[in-house]
Write a protein that binds this ligand. Structure first.
Ligand SMILES: NC(=O)c1ccc[n+]([C@@H]2O[C@H](COP(=O)([O-])OP(=O)(O)OC[C@H]3O[C@@H](n4cnc5c(N)ncnc54)[C@H](O)[C@@H]3O)[C@@H](O)[C@H]2O)c1
Length: 277
């Protein structure tokens, strides 16, 4: 893959899954990398893989929910490389359970990471991306930013917020004449640790839920997801649907409007464990 030679790219949540695959694919295509994660072990593994292919990499522990740390981190990355071209706001978590049984703290946690992390990363890096003369913001939403399902309200709320924010940002960059592309990413089921890392409300079987995700829903490899995302970045696409499942789901939603809710309920009952005890 070509097209990113000499660019400085920032990837959050780079210690696993899509973030790791993005970092490696970016490195292979000539970019310099600032990678971060809250999980330092996973991050060190990604750093090693990048060094093994000769990539200039800066690796830091960063909790994307901590705004002040993120702002200081943006400054440090810019100082280290002398510029920043791209940010991939990728870090994310999930929590399962109906709203009725979820605690406020668990809903807040998902919002703070999945939505707050994207807000913090975009705002902290935007001045540097504009200054670079060739910037790009890539925000990872989900197909759950296109439609909602029972048991994922916090995740749905965060991913819908990412989509709304990112679509506004793209129009603002165009209106202001800023040299910053903006892409919103909507993956379908990707074979990563997301479900295994997820928590669940009391009374629910988180392990059974993760197993259902791994065996019935995750279809696309993170490496393929990364290639699809980077292809969309290269073309400065506003939106990228990752995986055949994401494309089919998007088409059904556009065809049925709010009718998808009744339709999906009957399907979900058969393929996923219940989200209430
Ligand atoms: N896997 C899927 O099917 C899928 C589908 C749609 C969207 N997504 C989104 O893709 C993104 C990447 O997820 P993934 O599937 O690779 O999952 P993953 O669990 O394999 O990787 C997520 C990474 O984010 C890190 N992280 C979690 N909280 C963090 C925090 N507060 N600060 C910094 N890093 C943190 C984790 O340590 C982990 O390394 C997420 O935003 C996720 O919501 C995934």
């Amino acid at each position: 893959m070509e097209g990113f030679a000499g660019k400085v790219a920032v990837v959050t949540g780079a210690g696993s899954g899509i973030g790791r695959a993005l970092a490696i694919e970016l490195g292979r295509s000539g970019a310099k990398l600032a990678i971060s994660d809250i999980d330092t072990e996973g991050l060190a593994e990604t750093e090693e893989k990048l060094k093994a292919i000769g990539v200039h990499v800066k690796a830091d522990r960063l909790n994307v929910a901590e705004r002040e740390s993120f702002v200081a981190y943006a400054d440090a990355v810019n100082q280290h490389f002398g510029k920043v071209n791209q940010i991939y706001n990728n870090a994310g978590i999930a929590h399962s359970g109906d709203i009725e049984i979820c605690h406020f703290k668990d809903i807040d946690r998902v919002m703070d990471v999945d939505w707050g992390g994207v807000l913090n990363g975009t705002k902290a890096f935007l001045p540097y991306l504009i200054e670079s003369g060739d910037g790009h913001v890539v925000n990872v939403s989900s197909v759950f930013g296109l439609f909602s399902v029972p048991g994922q309200a916090a995740y749905n709320a965060a991913k819908f917020a990412v989509r709304g924010f990112t679509e506004a940002l793209r129009q603002e960059m165009i209106t202001a004449g800023h040299p910053v592309g903006v892409t919103c990413v909507h993956p379908g089921g990707i074979k990563t640790a997301i479900a295994r890392n997820a928590t669940a409300a009391e009374g629910l079987d988180a392990e059974e839920m993760a197993k259902a995700f791994d065996t019935r829903m995750a279809r696309t490899s993170p490496e393929r997801a990364a290639r699809i995302i980077l292809d969309a970045v290269r073309k400065n696409k506003a939106r990228v649907l990752v995986g055949a499942d994401a494309k089919v789901l998007d088409a059904v939603i556009r065809l049925t409007g709010s009718g998808y809710q009744a339709l999906f309920l009957s399907v979900l009952r058969r393929v996923t464990p219940p989200s209430h005890p």
